[in-house]
Write a protein that binds this ligand. Structure first.
Ligand code: HEC
Ligand code: HEC
Ligand code: HEC
Length: 271
């Protein structure tokens, strides 16, 4: 009881001291409990590099790409079967937040060239050098992926259960993963609305006088708007199924990129 009161008073003094209190506290906790393996600068100590079965991980490549919640979970529960054992550090939940705040002050510069190199080594066999996944491996086309950066990183870190997309956490360092994620997003197709407008005039206008004149089909059509639909679903409705019978070969022959350009134009006009 006395100890608890003393601790509380300690905390209050720290907090009221100045705005940096929590950072200072986080730094002190980190240096005491984490730096031996993760390094004072977050880049892994010599001891950390030699740990079995897996070395400690670089913490400088997390702040922009990994959710706080994930770090909370790892610090509180550890990682089974590794030297990342949680109980030893004895941090309460407020202290965990302070340590995370401190870890998030570690930064590094993204290295796109490294991202490209690692992507080509580790991902291209399935996703293709251009990210379009025309490899027969059943991988996803990353050029049209809608995942945000954190979701992409999460997929790389943990994979997708039950698919060939396995976790790459032990094949790549955290800096590698961050670089690859930025590179993968750089490969994304960037829709061109002007091209979409031209294609609409040449391929669609004969039947649809304007984007807002298009009537969606199906029994929920009255409740749906083109702007509510994902680009993927719209692509299916335009280039496949009954619409091809209605609209003819010109539409069936559109490439995926053409259709994405048209969709970008439709969504801009309808909004
Ligand atoms: C005895 C060495 C050791 C200490 C001390 C240690 N860690 Fe770790 N930590 C590891 C190892 C090893 C891993 C990697 C385990 C793996 O590959 O799954 C790890 C992983 C992590 C990860 C996950 C990184 C990632 O990319 O998945 C975080 C976050 C982390 N540690 C934070 C901390 C914090 C915060 C402390 C201090 C409170 C701490 N660690 C103390 C060895 C240590
Ligand atoms: C052995 C083949 C294989 C390798 C190697 C591979 N992937 Fe995948 N990847 C897949 C498959 C299959 C899926 C689809 C999983 C599913 O059905 O959800 C996928 C899905 C993804 C997704 C999700 C895309 C989305 O929009 O849902 C991302 C991101 C991704 N991979 C990135 C990578 C990166 C980056 C690498 C290299 C570090 C990589 N993958 C290596 C097979 C692979
Ligand atoms: C030869 C005529 C024709 C052409 C060309 C045509 N469409 Fe259609 N489209 C139709 C008809 C008929 C429908 C049914 C609803 C209606 O009358 O608006 C339809 C429906 C649609 C729908 C709703 C589909 C659904 O399942 O809800 C979309 C989206 C659409 N068209 C987009 C396009 C786009 C984009 C193009 C140009 C790339 C195009 N259409 C070219 C005739 C055409």
């Amino acid at each position: 009881m006395l100890k608890e009161v003393a601790l509380m008073v300690g905390c209050i003094t720290l907090l009221s001291g100045n705005a940096m209190a929590s950072d200072m506290h986080g730094k002190a906790l980190y240096e005491k409990s984490c730096a031996a393996c993760h390094g004072f600068d977050g880049k892994v100590s010599d001891v950390g590099k030699k740990l079995k079965p897996y070395p400690a991980r670089d913490l400088t490549a997390l702040s922009d790409v990994v959710d706080r919640d994930e770090l909370r979970r790892i610090i509180a529960y550890g990682i089974r079967g590794t030297a990342m054992v949680p109980k030893k550090y004895d941090l309460d939940s407020a202290e965990i937040e302070d340590v995370i705040d401190y870890i998030f002050t570690f930064k590094r510069k993204v290295n796109m060239l490294n991202g490209k190199k690692r992507f080509e080594q580790v991902c291209a066999t399935c996703h293709g050098f251009d990210g379009r996944a025309k490899t027969g491996m059943g991988a996803k086309n990353l050029v049209y992926s809608k995942l945000d950066l954190k979701e992409t990183v999460h997929t790389i870190r943990y994979g997708r259960v039950g698919t060939k997309m396995t976790s790459k956490r032990h094949q790549l360092t955290n800096p590698d993963i961050e670089d690859v994620a930025y590179y993968v997003h750089e490969l994304r197709f960037k829709a061109d609305i002007n091209k979409g407008a031209k294609l609409f005039s040449s391929t669609c206008k004969a039947c649809h006088s304007s984007p807002s004149a298009i009537k969606l089909q199906g029994n929920r059509a009255h409740a749906l708007k083109i702007t509510d639909m994902s680009d993927y679903l719209l692509d299916l409705r335009i280039r496949h199924g009954r619409h091809v019978d209605r609209a003819g070969k010109g539409v069936a022959k559109l490439s995926e990129d053409d259709t994405q350009n048209i969709i970008a134009y439709l969504k801009k006009e309808i909004k």
